[in-house]
Ligand binder design. Structure first.
Ligand SMILES: Cc1cc2nc3c(=O)[nH]c(=O)nc-3n(C[C@H](O)[C@H](O)[C@H](O)COP(=O)(O)O)c2cc1C
Length: 200
């Protein structure tokens, strides 16, 4: 079993992926596990739409339709973007009214699920990258994806087999000292790890 901290530290987004991609059954299994993330009220305020094969071109054409006809190069670029991966998982945020769970908490739960999914894909050897861009805000793309009123596209996980040549090195550990502080009994918030020469 892969150590979780090792998986988190080593994971990088895979900008270049090829086939094969996880099967629908793989996706079902991984999403079921990813959905165990923190979720106030267990609302699971999201759904995923798988886009493979020729459906990627359907998505690309919709994204291109938002650009002016004279911008031919831009339209071609936008149309080709979904072809960068064999599988796109469209992330749809589906917030609902809940007096105890404001929308931002539902978005936080969705984000936790998506990153769980990214990590699970990583430990199974798949490459993934969360991408948004203009297509995620396009009404034509929203229509193709069948977004209901109130639903919002959060972009796509581009998923596939990572190109071994272009897997980036793990990032150096982040120095989190500046982000950590503490509340003292006297009611002051002070650095948890004061820098040398910093008064406490
Ligand atoms: C919601 C969201 C949307 C993103 N959209 C894009 C995007 O459209 N294009 C892009 O290059 N990176 C995008 N990123 C960033 C990449 O997914 C990735 O995290 C970033 O390149 C850092 O690489 P790393 O994951 O290897 O640290 C997005 C990240 C998030 C969380």
């Amino acid at each position: 079993m892969t150590d979780l901290s090792e998986a988190i530290r080593r994971r990088r987004s895979a900008a270049r992926v090829t086939g094969p991609a996880p099967t629908d059954d793989d996706v079902l299994d991984l999403v079921a596990a990813a959905a165990t993330g923190p979720d106030h009220g267990l609302m699971r305020p999201w759904r995923l739409i798988s886009v493979r094969g020729a459906a990627r071109s359907t998505l690309g054409r919709a994204a291109a339709a938002d650009l002016p006809p004279e911008d031919e190069a831009g339209r071609d670029r936008e149309a080709a973007k979904p072809l960068r991966a064999p599988l796109l998982l469209s992330i749809v945020f589906t917030p609902r009214e809940n007096p105890k769970v404001p929308e931002w908490e539902q978005l936080a739960a969705t984000s936790a699920m998506v990153h769980n999914l990214v990590l699970l894909l990583h430990v199974r050897g798949w490459g993934a990258m969360w991408r948004t861009g203009p297509a995620s805000r396009s009404s034509a793309v929203g229509a193709v994806l069948g977004l209901a009123p109130g639903e919002r596209s959060l972009g796509w996980l581009f998923v596939g087999t990572p190109d071994p040549v272009s897997i980036p090195a793990p990032r150096p550990a982040f120095d989190a000292r500046d982000r950590l502080s503490q509340l003292t009994p006297q009611g002051a918030v002070t650095p948890l790890f004061p820098r040398a020469g910093t008064a406490t």
